[in-house]
Every structure is written in C-alpha cells, then in structure tokens.
Ligand binder design. Structure first.
Ligand code: ZN
Length: 286
C-alpha cells in the first residue's frame, strides 16, 4: 500500500527498443505494425489512471494477427533478457528501500503487470503498467483486474499514505492474538476502499501482520513485566502510548503502528494481558 515514484520512461521508446533485434522478419513487421497502437493505448492508460478510472483503460485488439503469446514474449524474452533489460532494472529499483508496495513486508523480487498481460497484452511492456513487487504478491494477485468489485491499488497512482485505514484489535483470552482490518475513513473514495479491501484480503495481509504482531508481543513481554513492577498498569499504558506516537509519526498505516495503538488503548493488556502467552507452544513446561 505504498506509493511508488512513476517511471519516466516513454512506452513507445521501451517497445521499440525491445522489438528492435527481432530476428524473424515477418514477426518484426507485425510488432512494428502494432507500435502506434501500443503508443496510443499507453497514453490513454496514463489518462484514465490519473483520474483513478482503471476500469476505463482501453483494451484494444492486437493488429496484423499478432497473438497474445507474441506480445507476452516482448516482455518475458525481449525486455527481461535482451535489449529492454535496462528499462526492466530501472522499474525494478523504483520502490523505496526495495520494499514491495503491495504488502510493505517483503523485498521486490519480480515485476508485476498491474493489468495482467494475459488479459491486456497491449500493455506488456508499458512502463506505467509495470510495478516492482515481491513474488508472493505477484502470485497472489494473479490476474486481478480493477472492475469495480476487485482489483488492487495502483502504486503509481493511488495515494492513501496519509489516510488512516489500518486498524488492529487485541483478541483477549488465555492466548493473546491480534486481528488486523482495513476501515474506510470519510476521506477515502468508495472505489479506492473496494480495491484496498480486495487487496488486503487476497494478499492475506491480516495473517501476515498477525504473525509479526505475535513475535513483537513475545519480544516485549519482559519489558512490560518490568514496567508493571515499576509503575503498574499506568506505566505500561504510558510507554505503549509513546511507542504508538513514535511509530505513527513514521507511518500511520504500518502493522506496528496499528499494534501499538491497539495495545495502548487496551486496559486488559496493561493490567494482565501482557503476561499471557502468544501461542500454545510457548509453554515448554508441559
Ligand atoms: Zn509483497
């Protein structure tokens, strides 16, 4: 859910470079015959994406009998392995800290086609359609396409970094756990929230964040015990509130910020919950 700086590459330049060393002359002619289509469709892509109308991005038929497979090869072979490789590397390096913009947890390890190349072959090498992502997100996302009910946030166009949407709740009991969920604020458009929610669910972000939260709860258990001994529940609350403020200042929607906010507001945790196990196997005595 992180915004990424857009690539400044021209779609037509990338396409021409990729197809320029095609040895099969008739195939090269068919590629060249589609150059204007790739260029005009890519310009329209940018226009529609700018107004977040992703479902209105055109999907023109390829010309001259060029197949979907032929277009996919412009990416898989000509861009990844041959003359287009510099462009591939440039796009790969755009996400900040090399972090996947879809999950913000893993390293970028691949390039995702925001509109899948199997459904939208014309955008196989359009820079604005190519986003550095981790392999998990790339796999989970599959061919999800924004159509009003599904689809993902577009890291080059959607910007929700300053809108609070990620929340956590502490599940009280003999074992403590954390549940994460997205919530729509008044500042967020319905269509944006629909995509955010779809992305959150299909990438199983709750499950991934909850694992990290369990590790953190285990890590801070001794610290909380010390705080309780020095100043009781109030001392724990004060410290958690300070931790939450500090994390919020860096990222209002990180799993850590949501965790510390939820912990700082949970009286059960301050008085006894901090002592509770985070998983059944934590007790090695039995
Ligand atoms: Zn990811």
């Amino acid at each position: 859910m992180k915004k990424v700086k857009r690539p400044s590459l021209e779609a037509s330049t990338v396409y021409h470079t990729c197809i320029s060393d095609t040895e099969d002359i008739p195939l090269k002619a068919r590629y060249q015959g589609n150059a204007e289509l790739v260029n005009s469709a890519s310009i329209e892509y940018a226009n529609k994406a700018e107004s977040l109308d992703f479902h209105k991005i055109p999907n023109p038929e390829l010309l001259l009998g060029l197949s979907v497979k032929d277009m996919k090869k412009v990416y898989t072979y000509r861009m990844v392995q041959r003359l287009g490789r510099d462009y591939y590397d440039e796009i790969y390096q755009l996400p900040k800290l090399g972090l996947c913009p879809y999950c913000s947890l893993h390293r970028v390890q691949s390039i995702d086609h925001y509109l899948p190349k199997s459904k939208f072959p014309v955008y196989s090498v359009t820079p604005l359609n190519l986003v550095g992502a981790c392999t998990d997100c790339n796999d989970f996302k599959k061919v999800a396409t924004p159509d009003g009910t599904e689809g993902y946030l577009h890291p080059y166009f959607d910007d929700i970094e300053d809108i609070l949407w990620l929340h956590a709740e502490i599940i009280e009991g003999e074992i403590i756990s954390v549940n994460y969920y997205p919530l729509q604020s008044s500042e967020m458009q319905d269509s944006v929230f629909t995509r955010l929610k779809f992305q959150f669910e299909t990438l199983e972000l709750n499950e991934m964040f909850a694992v990290n939260a369990a590790t953190t709860l285990s890590n801070i258990k001794m610290e909380m015990t010390d705080l309780f001994e020095s100043g009781g529940a109030e001392e724990i609350r004060r410290n958690l509130a300070r931790s939450a403020r500090s994390r919020r200042a860096s990222n209002i929607n990180s799993w850590e910020t949501a965790l510390y906010v939820a912990l700082s507001e949970n009286e059960w945790y301050h008085s006894e919950g901090f002592r509770v196990k985070t998983e059944p196997s934590e007790n090695h005595e039995s």
